[in-house]
Design a protein around this ligand. Structure first.
Ligand code: FAD
Length: 622
């Protein structure tokens, strides 16, 4: 028998962040995982970030997490996406060396103070008086702790499908986790079934690259982490090709061997990330689909075929690839597959990720219905921090929708019904102009410092930077230029000349004028400050309006609902609202307003009922 403050089950992206956060907060932490060698494994494509996801990485980094730093160290081709649309929506993406990423993450967890790692299968949660007090393992060992975090990814009752053949597995080559799933059911957790899939991986030596279009990384790349100093990553291109009518013919003639189309796979897959067979069945008229050939690492020839996820049989997979230009003679090294797995319906957790059924028990990552490394890492750090705060008997930590993409992610999970694996999209985020990747440190680093995960010195530097931007903006608002001074420069950049003197700030608002253009007059800045100054000028007014909106939203967010509130006694609430509110038990009026089926009229009734009870801030967590 051993005692710990916190036990984390699972060494994937959620588990690593949870365990590191807990240990770095000074808690005696145990990480249990099925295989030490697959800690930090990228189960699917070898890439990190991208639109909607890079923001999550920057936010985890600002809170003191590891994913951004590890990505910077092992990235092999960084590209800033969306650059034509202006810095507010820029998103960083990179190919990652799969093996080096795993090794890098293993080195960090192995050397982390306060963190003990064991290769063991957790078979169940030990619960006493509705509180998690530890974990028992398949070999009969018991480990006790104050908090437990479950981050088991696709492993709970995992079932792999290749063609009509299927077998129990958590990920290819790894066993499923069956007993833990049963233990959760016995504790009365409601589990569902989801599905995801991955593409074949091929021997790069058998690709005819001369037929492909290369996509080169940025020559002067950005990085994710505030901790990265010297940044000179390898620059390895991806390649683009396309499927065609022949590919479609192969797929359609083999649908009788597809587990998806023969009803063998019951779990629901992500609509936004369909398999190639799904694409051709659902969008019959579309002849061609794009395929990205992504390098798997520096010291390997293996390539990942992004866009060709499939669970068709092995021989059909090969036939499909041979129809694609550049892949006519390609050899498959690892076949694509589909996987079904149990997940825990996320309405069963609070926004702290602690479960409503069992106190001190937290869930994070794919087990909670999400998909993606970044989504998993984001939940992992929140669960790890909250487990730490619980052990220290401190106030729980919740990020709200107006504060972070992470806030949106978790709020969506706990208020909306999950019908497919959830992934982050920018369209889910109301305050995109405020929640940018470039200001994640300004928004979230104070929390990282508060929890002891980020050095205060680092945050002081961020504050200095913010001050410099403010000073420069004020200077530019006062700096006036006369028409004869500025018009030649405006005309040279196809910008309308001015007829009276104007401020540099006003000019910078023009879409066609970058800071670089007006630099001879406005003065030289570092590229980081220059980007921020330009962004504030371009979005001036919009940003202020956004903050006004947030102030209004905050009022609802601050109106807490007591944990014991009896919705059935509020007669004016609709029946559907009573049912949903009693089931989800939102913590605030803001959260209640986002539950599907709860209407504006219900929120007003609820507000009146709460006011009449005249309870100020009542204990929120039971
Ligand atoms: P994982 O990374 O799966 O880690 C789970 C960890 O739990 C493992 O370390 C495992 O050993 C451990 N574990 C499990 N059970 C136990 C137990 N009982 N005791 C101890 N340890 C245990 N994401 C995308 O964004 N896009 C995609 O296209 C995509 N496709 C995917 C295809 C496949 C086939 C798979 C498997 C995943 C795919 N993903 C995709 C998802 C992505 O890999 C996951 O979202 C991400 O890895 C989830 O991280 P996690 O930490 O929640 O779980």
């Amino acid at each position: 028998m051993s005692n710990f403050d916190c036990i984390v089950i699972g060494g994937g992206h959620a588990g690593c962040e949870a365990a590191l956060a807990s240990a770095r907060m000074g808690l005696n932490t145990l990480l249990l995982t099925l295989n030490l060698d697959t800690i930090g494994q990228l189960s699917c494509n070898p890439s990190m970030g991208g639109i909607g996801k890079s923001q999550l990485i920057f936010e985890v980094d600002a809170l003191g997490g590891e994913i951004g730093y590890a990505t910077d160290e092992t990235g092999i081709g960084f590209r800033m996406l969306n650059t034509k649309k202006g810095p507010a929506v820029w998103s960083l993406r990179t190919q990652v060396d799969r093996k080096r990423y795993r090794q890098r993450m293993q080195r960090v967890v192995n050397t982390q103070k306060n963190l003990c790692i064991k290769q063991e299968e957790a078979a169940g949660i030990i619960v006493k008086n509705d509180k998690a007090i530890g974990v028992y393992t398949k070999r009969g060992a018991e480990y006790f702790s104050t908090a437990v975090v479950v981050t088991t990814g696709t492993f709970l009752n995992g079932l792999i499908h290749i063609g009509l053949h299927h077998y129990p597995s958590g990920r290819v080559g790894e066993p499923p986790s069956e007993e833990l799933s049963e233990s959760l059911k016995k504790l009365s957790f409601k589990l569902g079934r989801l599905k995801t899939g991955t593409s074949p991986r091929v021997n790069g030596g058998t690709i005819n690259f001369s037929k492909l279009v290369p996509q080169y990384p940025d020559s002067n790349p950005y990085h994710f982490s505030y901790r990265t100093n010297e940044f000179n990553p390898p620059s390895i291109p991806c390649y683009i090709t396309h499927t065609n009518r022949k590919t479609q013919e192969v797929i359609l003639k083999n649908l009788d061997r597809s587990p998806l189309y023969q009803g063998v796979i019951k779990g629901i897959g992500p609509r936004y990330c369909p398999s190639i067979e799904d694409k051709y069945v659902r969008f019959k008229e579309k002849e061609s689909h794009q395929v990205f050939i992504e390098p798997d690492g520096i010291e390997t020839d293996e390539c990942y075929l992004n866009g060709l996820s499939t669970s068709l049989p092995e021989d059909v997979q090969l036939e499909i690839l041979h129809t694609v230009p550049g892949l006519e003679n390609v050899e498959i090294i690892r076949y694509g597959y589909g996987i079904e797995y149990d997940f825990v319906f996320p309405e069963q957790v609070y926004p702290t990720l602690e479960t409503k059924l069992v106190k001190n028990l937290y869930f994070a990552g794919q087990v909670l219905g999400t998909s993606g490394y970044e989504e998993a890492a984001a939940q992992g750090i929140i669960a790890g921090i909250n487990a730490g705060l619980r052990v220290k008997k401190e106030t729980p930590f919740i990020l709200y929708r107006h504060e972070a993409y992470i806030g949106v992610l978790i709020d969506d999970l706990v208020t909306k019904e999950i019908c497919e694996p959830y992934r982050m999209f920018t369209s889910r985020v109301e305050h995109r102009l405020i929640l940018r990747q470039d200001n994640a440190d300004e928004r979230l680093m104070p929390y990282g410092v508060k929890f002891g995960l980020v050095d205060n010195e680092v945050y002081e530097k961020i504050k200095e930077r913010t001050k410099k931007v403010e000073l420069k903006l004020n200077e530019l608002k006062k700096m006036k230029v006369a028409p004869d001074e500025i018009n030649p420069l405006l005309e040279a950049h196809n910008s309308t000349p001015v007829s009276s003197s104007t401020t540099i700030f006003q000019l910078l608002k023009r879409p066609e004028l970058t800071y670089q253009v007006i630099e001879p007059i406005a003065g030289r800045l570092t590229s980081e400050i220059q980007t921020k100054v330009e962004l504030h000028a371009k979005y001036d007014g919009y940003i202020e309006r956004e903050y006004e909106l947030i102030d209004r939203v905050k009022k609802l967010e601050h109106c807490k609902i007591p944990a014991t509130f009896d919705y059935s006694k509020v007669n004016s609430l609709s029946r559907e609202a009573k049912e949903k509110l009693s089931k989800i038990r939102p913590l605030t009026l803001g959260q209640a307003s986002r539950i599907s089926g709860v209407r504006s009229a219900d929120i007003i009734c609820l507000l009146v009922a709460l006011k009449s009870k005249n309870k100020k801030t009542i204990r929120v967590f039971p």
